[in-house]
Ligand binder design. Sequence first.
Ligand code: CMC
Length: 428
Amino acid sequence: MSETAQLKIGDKTYDLPVIEGTENEKALDISKLRDLTGYITLDIGYKNTGATKSAITFLDGEQGILKYRGYPIEQLAEKSTFIEVAYLLIYGKLPTTEQLDKFQFEINRHTLVHEDMKKFFDGFPSKSHPMGQLSSLIGALAAFNPESLEPGLSAEIVDLEIHKLIAKMSTIVSWIYKKSLGHPVNYPKNKFDYVTNFMYMTFSQPTEQYEINPVVISAMNKLLILHADHEQNCSASTVRIVGSSDANLYASISAGISALWGPLHGGANQAVIEMLEQIKEDGGDTDKWINKAKDKNDPFRLMGFGHRVYKNFDPRAKIIKKACDDILENLGVQDEVLEIAKRLEEVALKDPYFVERKLYPNVDFYSGIIYRALGFPTDMFTVLFALGRLPGWIAQWKEMKENKEPIGRPRQIYTGATDLDYNDISSR
Ligand code: CMC
């Protein structure tokens, strides 16, 4: 017999079905609660609320486990490529050689961005934040792909939009970087794989021969894989909820990019490097900054520390820390902020404030140091997070559509004024 939980309100008892996932996590199904009892549940910030059932990503915050479609992140980061992981997340299975070649081919066919998009792009001030540009440009793609606006799209059209979006996102990200330097944009070279093409468009100059460094391409693949999905976080939930209104894929992803921008989410990777730079300029006294983070009267938080779900360690941070050491050594980069980062981590991991609150370095603590070593400016970091997260957002959007989920519409407990009578402005 399936498990149920009992809820007692006054003298009445209600049975709530228990839902169990494939990794044995359990949930109380309260979907009929209001109909049965007149009550709703209240969970501000959704700390305890499952918004959906999903077969894409599993994470166990207590044990520091992260799996995409059942595969451990450690194995994927070590052995796979970003484009293969994108296929896995979106279509549910690791591809055969033929499937992977076709996927890469279909994406490559769409790497050019409509030249009229450059008119929007040229309108941005050259120093405007890359995330604002990215969110607007991805939203604008809907205007160039009107077939995406029809509700009830066929599977072929959905696939077409997925290929276009993955392809054009990397071209647009490279444009944004080029614009920040005042350099001409590069057109894609479709003989390259996805990550190499992105790095080529971003870093090649018309004046020089572009040298492909396999160490750099491999580090970039790893970083993008580690960011590719993270189940129902702020931006993925945004993508699902926007998509649930039947808004098109571009609009949904553009909303996800906006959600990612905030420093409590994807924007943390930029905030980490800015914080480390600030500590460096302040003389490198890590104890002083740890004390600031602990001081309840000081709004400062140790950026790159803590996570809503990981309360033991962030498995992505472990992999990234090692990759960071490897790439800096390989490129021969000496970075003082890395030393400060290591000192901060060492002190914080022993400090009772951080230990008691289970605050550990998260994925963003080291990713920025790698991006810096690869030559990206700080305000591009969150855009790179978005490039990595794109397949995850697409997979979440597609799953939500395939499961025919209803429009997302939370309820509330009203706490405002009641029964006021309108009085004329002259008497207020
Ligand atoms: N520095 C100092 N204190 C902290 C920090 C921090 N980074 N993070 C949490 N705390 C304290 C917080 O003040 C609170 O203390 P108290 O119980 O005394 O009031 C306690 O720890 C719990 O914090 P919370 O804000 O209730 O925890 P949360 O689960 O709501 O927030 C978080 C998670 C990631 C927003 C938060 O830890 C944070 O702001 N971290 C810094 C920003 C950051 O690195 N974000 C990237 C997250 S990983 C990338 C991604 O997946 O988006």
